[in-house]
Design a protein around this ligand. Structure first.
Ligand code: 76R
Length: 284
């Protein structure tokens, strides 16, 4: 393979290595510690004013399913705020708006994560690449690119609801970032695309057994944040997270190639009940 050939290829297949992906909403997770000692020093009417203002800041976008607030368990933070928006500009605007709210005086950033909703199209990619290669179409030629664009367009339409979802209403959220291994011996990115497709299919089959119990949203973050993907799992019962993630540990794609970051667990906090939380009670 000459170095001028821009197609990313592995040694063991002539098909392009990178699967087609579709991108949807931009997503920002923000984790904050709440300065309880400072908050408790305020008199109750000042607290009520700040709570009311914060609820207004969040309310409109919560209604649209675009911003959700979670009460976090453990030392990694107290509040997790999740924003789904149409662009990074809109995410940044949401961040700036929050920065100006009086509640911000009590929010100490602990962590954040920036990513975009991603659907990996391993199946369609391998099918299409194989068909084109069998017809003798050269990767990255005009004909190849047109066929790719057509597939992407068709899939984009079919997948619209999954690319532009509302934030699910479920009570519990489990969020964590992850990578696929790029070690000297085990390297996901050097596997032939057909092998990665096989492993991803196996992964999807395990996942499908949890249909109706958990909703997963995969976001891609290569180039945006410190890990390759963000995983959001939404469920009415947090035990499902443990069972699903445990079961997936035995998938080849997780057992051999997954590396995980920190896990963040939150309980949904409807913004109209923010005042309850601010007075030290977890709303039902
Ligand atoms: O999007 C789809 O539903 C199609 C199949 C599918 C893809 C492409 C799918 C299904 N996932 C895909 C991609 Mn997934 N997923 C994870 C984790 O804990 C672990 O071991 C891994 C964390 C969980 C819990 C999970 C759940 N998935 C991905 C990717 C991108 C990888 C790439 O492109 O190389 C990652 C990092 C990832 C990780 N996945 C499902 C689930 C569940 C529950 C499903 C079934 C969804 C359904 O059919 O309703």
């Amino acid at each position: 393979m000459s170095s001028s050939n821009a197609v990313v290829q592995t040694v063991s297949t002539e098909l392009p290595a990178m699967p087609l992906t579709l991108e949807g909403l931009s997503v920002l997770h923000q984790m904050f510690r709440f300065r309880w000692p400072e908050w408790c020093k305020l008199d109750s009417s000042r607290q009520a004013d700040i709570a009311r203002e914060a609820a207004v800041v969040f309310a409109a976008s919560e209604e649209l399913g675009q911003t959700a607030v979670y009460s976090m368990l453990g030392h990694k933070g107290d509040l997790m705020i999740v924003h789904f928006r149409d662009s990074f500009d809109e995410l940044n605007a949401a961040e700036l708006q929050l920065n100006r709210a009086a509640l911000q005086d009590f929010l100490e950033p602990m962590h954040s994560y920036l990513s975009v909703i991603e659907l990996g199209l391993y199946d369609s990619s391998v099918k299409l690449f194989r068909q084109l290669a069998d017809r003798g179409v050269k990767p990255l030629s005009k004909e190849w690119n047109e066929a790719v664009e057509e597939t992407l367009e068709r899939q984009r339409e079919a997948m619209r609801p999954r690319l532009y979802p509302r934030i699910p209403d479920s009570r519990y959220l489990c969020f964590y970032p992850m990578d696929r291994k790029r070690g000297e011996v085990k390297n996901w990115y050097l596997l032939p695309i057909e092998e990665r497709q096989r492993q991803m299919e196996e992964h999807g089959m395990v996942g499908r057994r949890y249909a109706g119990k958990v909703q997963q949203i995969i976001t891609g973050s290569i180039g945006f944040d410190d890990w390759e993907w963000g995983v959001d799992l939404f469920a009415p019962d947090p035990l499902v997270f443990k069972k699903l993630i445990y079961e997936m540990r035995f998938d080849e794609v997780s057992a051999v190639y997954a590396i995980f970051g920190q896990f963040f667990l939150g309980v949904r906090l409807p913004v109209q009940k923010l005042d309850e939380w601010l007075s030290g009670r977890l709303p039902k």
